[in-house]
Design a protein around this ligand. Structure first.
Ligand code: ADP
Length: 497
């Protein structure tokens, strides 16, 4: 890591602790079982830190703390301006510690520091800022029921929220979950992904420092089938918000039925990115490249099915492959790195398995096609950015979410064919369209069954714009005003006048 800068002293001391504990009821505690697990630096395969491993017993303690904080505590009853002030302090603290948080995120997840510093951490701060602003803007209605009644609605928090997040944007996903839940007056038990628990634990320290009262946010690292499943089944949890694979999302949907929790699911995708021959080709190539290789392709809305108008297909695939070969792959801490390692050995195995499957299915790798074992990278989980051609939409590499730097380029005939192929998927998270024809852009944006459509851009986000899935990509919308619906419920009150 020759060009990497030295670690921030905050990060060094955070990692030097013999054990990172979990946050339950305002205190940092070991697991009830005393068990621990290691989190690994994916650039080297070496252990980064040892973390307390929560299971059902710890989840129970955390849920009871959150329950007390909700039922009897000050958070849901606080004057809005005070809750807003505390959330604004969270923003300040994230911004003050931004450099250290970016390093911690890169060490734990692998992603390029250029991205964690310019996307993950600022967007996490923006999310808290935006929802802090909503605290005193949520209101009920008065209703024209009848002359002898005064009828109105109260918008109340849902209660105790169990939030389960993935490893691809660890701090940002924590912010997407926590900020709206807290703004609405809920209390939370957050379970970070077992691959990347560190930035959420650091955020927990900042939340306490900002003045979030004890028990309002509890953070229990641990594994899905133990800690995660216990959170979903716990009878004192009112709502579960989950971001992760469609497979686990279905499992959570089933498991939550017994206690009829409110659930919201942000799941996988196999998003079409559709390029017409009349597009601005240079910007479409750049957009297609970042649309699929941003964050090593570990992005639920990645544009993994690149549909290109037949007349442009070969030229476009060549240009994309050349750009992919030119990407600088290396350890995330190197400021020059554009594409880092995958998050874990398991993910490496999964993605390289799909590369082999692609070859068996008859696809051609125009760029990449395997693990990157260049000098210095051998011990990390690096996969070359891979561009497959010769793919049909019915092949498994075009249907299943790979969650790695792999794109399938496929031709289409005309607008109708583009929409048909674009929608020919069980998923519906996002889609892209590249064209200079404004009417066509509008037609296609309407015709695609996806929660987000990007025209002449890709992977663009803002906290004001709702994000979520159609079809098996889940339901519920995060970000924006719509997210408040996930974390509030409406009570009608009738008063005889
Ligand atoms: P991936 O396969 O990419 O790791 P997952 O959907 O398995 O994605 O993981 C996303 C999150 O869901 C993680 O925090 C993980 O621990 C959690 N999880 C996995 N399985 C379960 C489960 N059965 N119940 C609840 N949470 C789970």
């Amino acid at each position: 890591m020759g060009t990497a800068r030295a670690l921030d002293s905050d990060v060094e001391s955070f990692l030097a602790a013999p054990l990172r504990r979990m946050l339950v009821d305002g205190r940092w505690v070991e697991a009830a079982s005393g068990r621990t697990f290691e989190t690994v630096n994916p650039a080297t395969g070496e252990a980064l830190a040892r973390v307390a491993e929560g299971d059902a017993e710890d989840i129970d303690r955390a849920v009871r703390a959150a329950r007390r904080a909700f039922d009897d505590g000050e958070w849901p009853r606080m004057a809005p301006r005070d809750r807003e002030r505390i959330l604004a302090r969270v923003v300040e603290l994230i911004e003050r510690h931004a450099a250290a948080l970016a390093q911690l995120e890169t060490l734990d997840n692998g992603k390029a520091i250029a991205e964690s510093a310019s996307v993950d951490i600022p967007a996490a701060a923006d999310t808290f800022r935006y929802y802090a602003g909503w605290v005193n803007k949520m209101s009920g209605e008065t209703l024209p029921s009848a002359p002898d009644f005064f009828t109105f609605t109260l918008r109340e928090p849902v209660g105790v929220c169990g939030q389960i997040i993935p490893w691809n944007f660890p701090l940002l996903m924590a912010a997407w979950k926590l900020a709206p839940a807290l703004a609405c007056g809920n209390t939370v038990v957050l379970k970070p992904a077992e691959q990347t628990p560190l930035s959420a634990l650091r955020l927990g320290e900042l939340l306490l420092e900002a003045g979030v009262p004890r028990g309002v946010v509890n953070i229990v690292p641990g594994f899905g089938p133990t800690a995660g499943a216990a959170l979903v089944r716990h009878p004192l949890v009112d709502k579960v918000a989950f971001t992760g694979s469609t497979e686990v999302g279905k499992e959570i949907h089933r498991a939550s039925a017994d206690t009829l929790k409110r659930i919201s699911l942000e799941l996988g995708g196999k998003s079409p990115n559709i390029v017409f021959a009349d597009a601005d080709i240079d910007s479409a190539v750049r957009g297609a490249l970042m649309g699929v290789f941003f964050n090593q392709g570990e992005v639920c809305c990645a544009g993994t099915r690149l549909l290109v108008e037949s007349s442009l297909h070969d030229r476009f695939a060549e240009a994309l492959a050349a750009a992919a070969r030119g990407m600088k792959q290396g350890p995330g801490l190197d400021p020059e790195t554009q594409i880092g390692p995958l998050v874990s050995a398991e993910q490496l195995e999964r993605v390289t398995g799909y590369l082999e499957l692609g070859l068996r299915e008859g696809a051609t790798p125009l760029a990449g096609g395997g693990r990157n074992l260049a000098a210095g990278l051998e011990r990390g989980y690096f996969v070359q950015p891979t561009v497959f051609t010769g793919v049909r939409n019915d092949m498994r590499i075009a249907r299943e979410e790979i969650f790695g730097p792999v794109v399938a380029v496929m031709p289409f005939r005309d607008e109708e064919d583009a929409v048909l192929q674009g929608n020919d998927t069980t998923y519906g998270l996002a889609a892209g369209v590249w064209t200079r024809d404004v009417s066509r852009a509008h037609r296609i944006a309407r015709a695609l069954r996806a929660g987000t459509v990007w025209v002449n851009c890709y992977n663009v986000f803002d906290v004001s714009a709702p994000f979520g899935g159609y079809k098996e990509s889940g339901y519920g919308r995060e970000l924006g005003r719509q997210c408040l619906d996930l974390y509030t419920q409406t009570k009608s009150v009738w008063l005889r006048v």
